[in-house]
Design a binder for this molecule. Structure first.
Ligand code: CDP
Length: 226
């Protein structure tokens, strides 16, 4: 029997890594909800929108079509109006604006309803900020991920270096702390740890160790609904 798995938590703490590994192991569908907010942000940047005018952004929402594609080599990424933008949505300029875009209620409503229809048939691992609270409040397993900020910044900085993105460690740390602040304090569906989550602090865990722990929770979640 398939379940839905919601993974929420702070910026850059490896939610995507865990979600992808779980999806592979369980043969579930992985959905990176953050990529969708990044996709809307990229569309707004390309239009040269003024980021203090939320009306402008709401106005272009109907022109934005988001989808996920799995390439022949198995890599999975976001399509913005049919164009592969998986690398572009990770650039610092998108990261700098995405939390503002994600705080606009109309943006959230549109993306949440798309996410809910993807999860309707179960067998989905979705990561984000509001997956267990708003998108799938009935998810059979909810994981809240966290790690020490310096460790998160170091991991994201290394990732950026490997991809050849020019950004300093200090900029990465400042960006993730700022996103955490906005994501946790916004009025509309803020990142919130409720008591139905399992907390996973992976500061001192390897990817394999965190996967093993999460898989043991999957077994428990499945056993409790039988
Ligand atoms: O991977 P990283 O932790 O850097 O962030 P992400 O998952 O790509 O999400 C980027 C941003 O989108 C977050 O900082 C949030 O502002 C927003 N987001 C959100 O509001 N709700 C979600 N379900 C997912 C992302």
């Amino acid at each position: 029997m398939n379940i839905n798995i919601a993974i929420d938590g702070y910026s850059s703490c490896g939610k995507g890594t865990l979600a992808k590994a779980l999806a592979k192991e369980l043969q579930y569908r992985f959905i990176d909800s953050g990529a969708m907010y990044r996709g809307v942000t990229l569309a707004a940047l390309r239009k040269g929108l003024n980021f203090s005018m939320s009306e402008d952004l709401i106005g272009i929402l109907e022109e934005i079509h988001l989808d996920f594609e799995t390439k022949a080599d198995g890599s999975n990424g976001l399509l913005l109006n049919g164009e592969w933008v998986e690398e572009e949505i990770r650039l610092p300029n998108v990261a700098a604006h995405v939390s503002w875009v994600a705080s606009i209620p109309q943006v959230r409503e549109q993306l949440v309803s798309q996410q809910q229809s993807i999860g309707a048939s179960k067998g989905v691992v979705m990561d984000g900020r509001d997956i267990g609270t708003v998108v799938f409040p009935q998810a059979e397993l909810k994981i809240f991920m966290t790690a020490r900020p310096e460790i998160r910044a170091q991991r994201r900085f290394q990732e950026s270096q490997q991809k050849g993105i020019e950004v300093s460690y200090e900029e990465v740390l400042a960006n993730l702390q700022e996103r955490d602040r906005i994501d946790s304090s916004r009025d509309h569906s803020p990142l919130t740890l409720t008591d139905d989550y399992r907390v996973l602090d992976n500061s001192d865990l390897t990817p394999d160790e965190q996967l093993a722990l999460a898989l043991s929770w999957v077994q428990e979640a499945k056993a409790s609904i039988r």
